[in-house]
Design a protein around this ligand. Sequence first.
Ligand SMILES: [Zn+2]
Length: 325
Amino acid sequence: MALERWFRRKRPTRGDDDASPAGLWLKCSGCHAQIYRKDLVANLYVCPECSHHERMPVDARVEMLADEGSFERWSGSVEPVDALGFVDTEPYRERLTSVQQRAHRPDAIVTGGATLHGIPVALAVMDFSFLGGSMGSVVGEEIARAAERAADEGRALVSVSASGGARMQEGALSLMQMAKTTVALEALSERRLPFISVLSDPTTGGVTASFATLGDLVIAEPGALICFAGPRVIQQTIKQDLPEGFQRSEFLLRKGMLDDVIPRPELKARIAAFTRLLLAGIGTQGVLPAPLPAPAMAPDEATDDPDGAMGSDSDEEAAVRAPAV
Ligand SMILES: [Zn+2]
């Protein structure tokens, strides 16, 4: 059974590479060139030969985005629990303990406050090396807390997703995080503070289906797999060949699912520019400008919508947001 095989596979992790002499050289998973590890790290984990974007460790990601010395960690105080007593090939509790010891963090996310080219932001960065970046109760809670604290402190929220989706070992508790993170983003929306969501390889399942695609701007790194169900599942279901580049960033940009695809070396400067632009439209204190007057409704249009249920809220919203864009 495919699911069981997935659990049994023992794949080397970035941590294992670090400890071995062989870790001095890495093979690019795009062009298969041998790259000196230090060169790859200096190049933000982008292959100098073919520009393939390797997955980036979470600490390096934070260091890349936050201004030097500005990052203040918020996450780390919430510990996951094994509420279901879940056992697959190994008890969830033991699986958690071993990965926590390796990662030196309680779960698959790091959040904190920082400045980004001088702009105060909250960062939420997912760690794919921690149980596939799966979103369990702690990941959802940390994202929700980061969004609410960002709103309280007048910061923009910048998230970087890397996730296999909901954490199956937490069952329905994991699925509830989709609703929780979605609702928490409302706090930012009420203050008119921007949320910029960066999708890195891979962003899938319940993360794609919740906060990660709810950004005011949704941007992706080149070549990232972004989907709900993966291409193999879809191919097996519809029994048809999929188009080239299906569910990759560039494909999704062409289909209108993303606002932009931005190479990693440009990411920080572009996020800063976007954030500045969005904040400029609303005032840096997050103060909502006075709504524009609603357009007068002609009598015949009014009869089409006797309850007045359609249009009023969304029109006002559009009018408020228009100057910001
Ligand atoms: Zn390469």
